[in-house]
Ligand binder design. Structure first.
Ligand SMILES: CC(C)(COP(=O)(O)OP(=O)(O)OC[C@H]1O[C@@H](n2cnc3c(N)ncnc32)[C@H](O)[C@@H]1OP(=O)(O)O)[C@@H](O)C(=O)NCCC(=O)NCCS
Length: 183
């Protein structure tokens, strides 16, 4: 049943306080598959940078990821606080301009979209834990790899997760990079 799979608890030491302080606090979060009841708080807590129209599209997307059986919304949570999310889908529709060699390669790959961590909580390992959980999700479904489209974070996916560029596409006049990792 969707929304019931609670997974790992992550713990990370974090510097807190003034810049010259080295006091440590323990920072923990849980990764889980979202349930219906998670959508409203997720939208409320992670859409601060969106306008109303973007927020409506975001909510609609998250609802589909919660409901449909071929995809999930994975959340990083601490208590009632939603720290970050990533969407995972078993087989996403390819961008229309994706070239054949890339489409052939990605045929049996799952896809992630919308990796997002709350702006105040970045650089603490939350994004990495969500991305690794998405990879685990794909492996559990016997997928051969994972692909995604990015505008500015290609180097991050390459350096931290070993993704490789498989194509470049134009989306509304912006060049984006299709990255993939084969398991
Ligand atoms: C990209 C994003 C998800 C990263 O989340 P995060 O929680 O800050 O990432 P982590 O703390 O797990 O970072 C993992 C590593 O990447 C590094 N890192 C994080 N953000 C980075 C950035 N913008 N540029 C370069 N390195 C970065 C961290 O320092 C850390 O390095 P380490 O493992 O050597 O210590 C977050 O910045 C975000 O939500 N950005 C806006 C949306 C976005 O760009 N999403 C990507 C979709 S294409």
């Amino acid at each position: 049943m969707k929304g019931k799979t609670s997974t790992k608890v992550h713990t990370r030491s974090k510097d807190v306080g003034a810049t010259c302080s080295h006091k440590k606090a323990t920072y923990t979060w849980e990764l889980k598959v979202a349930a219906d009841s998670d959508v409203e708080p997720t939208v409320a807590q992670l859409s601060g940078h969106m306008n109303d129209q973007q927020r409506a599209v975001f909510k609609d997307k998250l609802e589909r990821y919660v409901i449909k059986p071929d995809r999930d919304l994975l959340l990083a949570k601490r208590g009632g606080q939603v720290l970050g999310l990533v969407c995972v889908i078993e087989r996403a529709e390819f961008p229309s301009s994706l070239r054949k060699h890339a489409a052939d390669l990605l045929l049996k790959f799952a896809c992630t979209t919308q990796l997002l961590v709350h702006p105040h909580l970045r650089k603490q390992g939350i994004g990495k834990s969500l991305q690794l959980q998405a990879e685990q999700w794909a492996r559990e479904r016997s997928k051969e790899g994972l692909w995604l489209v990015t505008h500015r974070m290609a180097y991050w996916y390459q350096s931290h997760f070993g993704y490789k560029e498989v194509d470049r596409i134009k989306v509304k006049n912006t060049e984006k990079i299709v990255m993939a990792e084969e398991f």
